[in-house]
Write a protein that binds this ligand. Structure first.
Ligand code: MN
Length: 356
C-alpha cells in the first residue's frame, strides 16, 4: 500500500493494544559495534588460516548485508524505536563479543579506547536511555588497567566487559589479576560475556554444531567463572564483583555438586585451599542476568538459590528480541518487589545508574 488514506470516525479507529504495565526496564547486556571494530574483525576473518569458531560468526556479523551488522552499528534509530515500542528505559551497552580480544595488543588497545570514547559520547547525548560498559584489551594487562581507570573515572562508564578467554587464557591467570584489582578498586563490576570456547575445546563441540550459543558459549563462560572461583583470586580480592549472563551460565544449577566435590573428597588432589565454599563465592562475588534465558523455571530457581538481589534483567539485543524478554519478565510469576529489583533496582545499584 502506498497511498495514505485519511480515516476518520470511531468505526475505522484501530483497536487499542492492551497497555503494557510501565516498569523502569534497564536491559543490561546489550551489544553494539563501531566501524573500527568491524574493520579489524573483517581483517581477521580475511586472514584466518584455519577454522575459528568466533571468526566463523564474525564473517556474518561484518557483512553489511547481513541481518545483524546494521543493528549493531545503530544506536539512535531502530534501537531507540524498539526501546520505545516495548517501553524499555535503558540499554547498558557494550561492544559486541569478542570485543577487541582477538586483535593484536596495539590494535586492541586502540580500538577499545575509541569504542569507550564513542560510548561515553552516546551516553552524554542520551543519559536517559544509555549506560555502558568499558571495553579493554586484556592481552595487554598494564594498558587494560589504565583504560579501566580512564573509562570509569574520566568517561564515567558503568563497569567493564570482558568476553571470556583471551588467546586461550582466563582471568584466573595471575598476569590478569591487576585487571581484577583495578575494577575492584574502582568498585565497578566486570561482566564476563560469552564467546566461543578456545579452539581446542571447540573441537569437541564442532561436529555436532554445539560450539556456539546453543551450548559452547555457556561451557566456555561457565568454566571461566569457575576458574576464577577455584583459582583462589577471590580470597585475594574479596570485593571483586563479577556478572554472568544467561542466568549464570549454568553455574547456579551445579552449586551443590561444586561444594561437595571441592570440599568433601578426602584424598589430596592438589586442590587449592579456599576460605569459602565455591557456592559462597558465587553468592558473594557474582551477579547474574537473564539475557537470552526467558524461562520462568530457571528464574524462580535462581531467585531461590541466589536471591533476587543478585539477578538483573537483560535482552541480549540484537541477538535476541525486545518482546521476548519484556513479555517474559512482565508475565513472570514472581513478586512485584522482585520484579522491580530485577528490572531496574539491582542494575542501578550494581552499575551506579542514576535512579530516575
Ligand atoms: Mn550477549
Amino acid at each position: 500500500m502506498s497511498a495514505k488514506r485519511k480515516t476518520g470516525g470511531s468505526k475505522s479507529k484501530p483497536k487499542a493494544k492492551p497497555k503494557r504495565k510501565h516498569y523502569r526496564r534497564i536491559a543490561t547486556e546489550e551489544a553494539w559495534s563501531i566501524p573500527e571494530q568491524m574493520d579489524a574483525q573483517r581483517e581477521l576473518v580475511a586472514n584466518a588460516q584455519e577454522y575459528d569458531p568466533d571468526l566463523f560468526l564474525w564473517k556474518f556479523q561484518t557483512d553489511p548485508n547481513g541481518p545483524i551488522h546494521n543493528r549493531l552499528l545503530d544506536l539512535f534509530d531502530e534501537r531507540l524505536r524498539l526501546m520505545d515500542e516495548y517501553d524499555v528505559t535503558m540499554h547498558l551497552l557494550a561492544l559486541t563479543s569478542t570485543g577487541v580480544q582477538m586483535m593484536d595488543p596495539d590494535k586492541g588497545t586502540a580500538v577499545a579506547a575509541i569504542g569507550n570514547d564513542r560510548l561515553a559520547e552516546a551516553i552524554r547525548k542520551r543519559p536517559d536511555r544509555f549506560a555502558g560498559l568499558a571495553t579493554v584489551a586484556p592481552q595487554d594487562p598494564a594498558r587494560a588497567v589504565k583504560e579501566i581507570d580512564r573509562a570509569i573515572t574520566k568517561l564515567k562508564l558503568n563497569g567493564v566487559m570482558i568476553n571470556s578467554h583471551t588467546n586461550g587464557e582466563y582471568l584466573s591467570d595471575r598476569k590478569y589479576w591487576p585487571i581484577l584489582e583495578a575494577a575492584a578498586g574502582l568498585n565497578v563490576p566486570i561482566y564476563i560475556h560469552p564467546r566461543s570456547p578456545i579452539p581446542l575445546m571447540a573441537k569437541a563441540y564442532r561436529e555436532d554444531h554445539l560450539e556456539h550459543a546453543i551450548w559452547g558459549y555457556q561451557a566456555e563462560t561457565g568454566l571461566h567463572g569457575l576458574r576464577i572461583i577455584t583459582s583462589g583470586v577471590l580470597d585475594e580480592i574479596p570485593n571483586l564483583q563479577l556478572v554472568l549472563g544467561h542466568m549464570g551460565e549454568g553455574i547456579p544449577y551445579w552449586l551443590y555438586r561444586l561444594d561437595f566435590m571441592h570440599g568433601k573428597v578426602k584424598v589430596d588432589m592438589g586442590r587449592r585451599k579456599l576460605k569459602l565454599q565455591p557456592s559462597e563465592y558465587f553468592k558473594r562475588n557474582f551477579y547474574i542476568t537473564t539475557s537470552g534465558m526467558n524461562w520462568d523455571p530457571t528464574l524462580k530457581y535462581c531467585i531461590e538459590v541466589l536471591g533476587a538481589d543478585r539477578i538483573m534483567w537483560a535482552i541480549d539485543y540484537p541477538y535476541q528480541d525486545h518482546p521476548d524478554a519484556v513479555d517474559f519478565m512482565d508475565a513472570a510469576a514472581i513478586s512485584e518487589k522482585h520484579k522491580q529489583m530485577i528490572y531496574h533496582e539491582n542494575a542501578e545499584r550494581v552499575f551506579k545508574i542514576k535512579k530516575s
